[in-house]
Design a binder for this molecule. Sequence first.
Ligand SMILES: NC(=O)c1ccc[n+]([C@@H]2O[C@H](COP(=O)([O-])OP(=O)(O)OC[C@H]3O[C@@H](n4cnc5c(N)ncnc54)[C@H](OP(=O)(O)O)[C@@H]3O)[C@@H](O)[C@H]2O)c1
Length: 430
Amino acid sequence: MKALRVGICGLGTVAQGVFRVLQDNADIISRRAGREILISVVASRTPKPDVDLGGAVFSTDVFSIPAHPDVDVVVELIGGEDAALRIIESSIEQSKNVVTANKAVIALHGKKLFQSLSSKGLCIGFEGAVAGSVPIVMSLSEALAANEYDLIAGIINGTSNYILTAMAKEGRSFDEALRAAKKLGYAEADPTFDIEGIDAAHKLTILAAMAFDIGFHYEAINTEGISDITLADIKYARQLGYEIKHVGISRRTSDGIEIRVHPALIPLEHLMSRIDGSMNALLVHSNAAGDTLMAGPGAGELPTASAVVGDLIRIARGNISPINIDLGSPGRIVATENITSAYYLRIPSLDKAGVFARVATILSDYDISIEAAIQQEQIKPGKDDQDWVPIVILTHLVQEKLMIDAIRKVQDLPEVIGPITRIRVEQLDQ
Ligand SMILES: NC(=O)c1ccc[n+]([C@@H]2O[C@H](COP(=O)([O-])OP(=O)(O)OC[C@H]3O[C@@H](n4cnc5c(N)ncnc54)[C@H](OP(=O)(O)O)[C@@H]3O)[C@@H](O)[C@H]2O)c1
């Protein structure tokens, strides 16, 4: 059989990994794919003479790849939105299948792309776009396809998980942990996408579209990052039997589909609480298979390249059946204020008799019951010689809008001397 000829756009971390994997595992890959997979052309902004391109021709014109006569399949690895979208659209116009690791472009333009792919009978591989080498895309679309999905939840941003782990295990502050993440190459110079949850929300948009037939609705996701998490919260959460993790959650409920990205207290006995460092993990609850947990490196040169080359092998075998995504309607997404969750609250208050009772009364007025509480024995010296203590409360399940109203009332108490911290508690059950 003729070799599958690949044109790659980009020559950065992942693209170089794709070269390495295809070179190092050439024999295994040809055997499994049933034919050779050769990179015929690579295009990127800057030439990189030190990279071994094998026999591939180099160009600085990324937009020439889709129409290149020696290219059967286009691999988009430049990242970002506009240029990447243009490359993918132009590949579809050229009737070429595409592979990408770009979650932003799929999450934000998935509807348009899937419509044009299906009108042309083409496929797009995007296993590398979600959780690196963890095979969640193929699991949802093939291995678990017999199931109705109830819950997809996971740690899907390695940078945030690295930072929270460094805080929890090494006692580093958020800023120190972020600096370490940058030094190790886990965080970009501008880490906003990772630490504010945007990257995780892109990935969750894709997973929810695949699992719940709601279409691509990045704009509907309630997205919160980790920059307000403190060492104190991590310590109190531990005392209460939880680890703080940054998670993406999409769940089927009787009101519709929940879809949200935020820090959460995860029970210490749940395996998810032990996914540390830059690792990713995904829990899928489905009606026949039950709970499936997958974990692995969520990013990096070779793990992401492994996923990209896996997609190429599928295409080389002739398996170009599209991943079926019902483009759905947003009507079934539950507004965040209507979700039900338990909450961790940390309330900085003056060290005066009766404050806890006043807080408890307000919560009870909103039908919010307290599951556990820590009243700090260690008094912190405050301004104007007034000592203060954090009151830490774990609530039972409550509707989010009630929780927010109750917090406003507690915040207005004269004894409450700083902003209240609120973090959702997730048991990760259905
Ligand atoms: N890195 C990971 O661990 C990882 C994991 C999962 C998914 N991904 C996704 O994989 C994709 C690639 O990521 P990466 O880490 O490999 O990025 P990267 O290291 O920054 O590489 C991007 C490459 O594309 C080139 N490029 C960028 N914009 C271009 C443009 N407009 N025209 C021409 N060339 C352009 C860059 O050229 P220069 O060399 O001149 O900058 C560079 O060679 C992204 O969508 C990313 O989200 C990455």
